[in-house]
Write a new protein. Structure first.
Length: 157
């Protein structure tokens, strides 16, 4: 997350929601930087899982991406963590779509979708940090936390 956003009290979820709601023209204009930001958010949240497991996060890359190496590292000994493997791969795919054609007709859609995918990854791993059994059967298990529809504040279910 940009330092200015963190200084303003904006959370990662707030930033991701702002990108999802961003007008198409703005998303296209900032596509390259947003794509990098979203990939970095993904890496950071997967890295937090690896650290929570008592491991030193790798600096290696798998298929050219650190997030995939971090996921592989985080899944060792924790098969339920594989529930987010495709989410990590989807984030990489959308990053590539944006990077390879930043002015393309689908760029705004790719930016918005990448923010939604990153949001899903953040929520899943945050939930997994709270309840390591999350993802044992389905990554769409009842969420541990939901955001209040009116205030946006987290509520316990």
């Amino acid at each position: 997350m940009p330092a200015a956003a963190a200084d303003a009290g904006e959370t990662t979820l707030d930033r991701l929601d702002a990108i999802v709601a961003m007008p198409d023209a703005e998303a296209v204009q900032s596509a390259a930087s947003i794509a990098g930001e979203l990939l970095a958010i993904g890496e950071t949240i997967v890295e937090s899982w690896v650290k929570a497991q008592g491991r030193e996060p790798t600096d290696d890359a798998v298929e050219g991406f650190r997030i995939l190496a971090l996921h592989r590292q985080g899944a060792r000994g924790e098969p339920s963590f594989n529930a987010c493997r495709e989410t990590c791969r989807e984030l990489v795919y959308l990053y590539n779509c944006i990077s390879l054609d930043p002015d393309g007709p689908d760029t705004a859609r790719h930016v918005h979708l990448a923010a939604m995918v990153a949001r899903h990854l953040v929520l899943f791993i945050d939930g997994k940090l709270e309840d390591s059994g999350l993802g044992d059967f389905c990554c769409s298990s009842r969420p541990l936390r939901q955001r209040d529809a009116l205030t946006g504040a987290p509520v316990q279910s």
